[in-house]
Ligand binder design. Structure first.
Ligand code: ADP
Ligand code: MG
Length: 273
């Protein structure tokens, strides 16, 4: 049977998750935005709106995801999770960075953002850090995890960059050492957030997912195909990565100009996906 190609609308996505799992929360719409260019003196990429524009509508949406997750299963709280998507360029890195800052903003919530996308790490760029050393070097025994969790990037936020792309990302992510890293982070942090490669082309997210409490799927409005979201969802389920919800990026919502100062067209960021 030929697969039906269909681009997802927010409604369709919500219905999809509703019909698949009762306990799954509504997907959260995060609207598109055009950001100001990154100036040298900026500490963080302006797309991290929870930092650069804390009071904005978009920042509020990211914070609401924190609330959703905290209330998802009170008996079995989701404290560590990964952010994946069906394919590349759907907004995983920008989303995980915003969520990490939003989570770290709550009083006494120590948060760590771990760049597990060893193939195309980008978290370091968002926070103006060096790419290496990072997780790849920790996993290959060249670096100690401690040096990354000694000092926050700011407030309660700690960031571990990806490092140099290794020859064997899946083996490293599935290694005993990785299990130890995750256990240590879970003990020491209130929130452990992992940015990772897309689940359809590579198995990384499935391998890591079983070590965490849950996973979120980023879906890009007007781009991601419904069949691909279904596939991503089933792959995470099969891998026991507990998919608990999705976040839609690039949703163009009209908000009167006087309420919000950004314009609502989507623009490719200057260094692209
Ligand atoms: N919520 C959003 N709304 C609009 N554009 C977004 C949003 N999140 C990310 N983007 C843009 O999408 C592109 C890909 O984002 P990125 O986070 O690097 O994707 P991925 O990590 O999935 O490859 C970037 O150009 C980024 O600016
Ligand atoms: Mg990325």
């Amino acid at each position: 049977m030929a697969e039906k190609k269909e681009k997802l609308s927010l409604e369709r996505l919500k219905n999809y998750f509703k019909s698949h799992r009762d306990e799954i929360k509504d997907s959260i719409s995060v609207i598109s935005y055009v950001t100001k260019p990154w100036k040298e003196e900026d500490m963080v990429d302006p797309r991290v709106v929870v930092y650069s524009d804390m009071r904005s509508h978009i920042a509020e949406q990211y914070r609401s995801i924190r609330t959703h997750l905290s209330s998802l299963s009170p008996g079995n709280p989701i404290r560590s999770f990964l952010i994946t998507s069906a394919l590349r360029g759907e907004g995983k890195t920008v989303t995980s960075s915003n969520l990490s800052v939003a989570f770290a903003q709550s009083v006494d919530h120590k948060t760590v953002l771990l760049d597990c996308d060893l193939r195309k790490p980008n978290v370091h760029r968002i926070f103006g850090m060096e790419r290496s050393p990072g997780l790849a070097e920790i996993l290959s025994g060249q670096e100690d995890l401690e040096r990354f969790i000694e000092r926050p990037v700011f407030d309660n936020l700690y960031v571990v960059p990806g490092g140099k792309t290794p020859a064997n990302p899946v083996e490293l992510l599935g290694s005993v050492r990785m299990r130890e890293v995750i256990e240590t982070l879970k003990e020491r942090f209130d929130w452990v957030i992992c940015d990772i490669a897309p689940i359809i082309p590579v198995t990384d997210a499935g391998v890591l997912g079983k070590l965490l409490d849950g996973s979120l799927i980023v879906v890009r409005a007007g781009k991601t195909q419904a069949v691909d979201v279904e596939r991503a969802y089933s792959l995470l389920l099969e891998a026991k990565a507990n998919p608990v919800g999705s976040i839609m990026t690039g949703v163009i919502t009209y908000i009167p100009y006087y309420l919000y100062r950004y314009r609502y067209i989507y623009a490719q960021h200057y260094y692209g996906a």
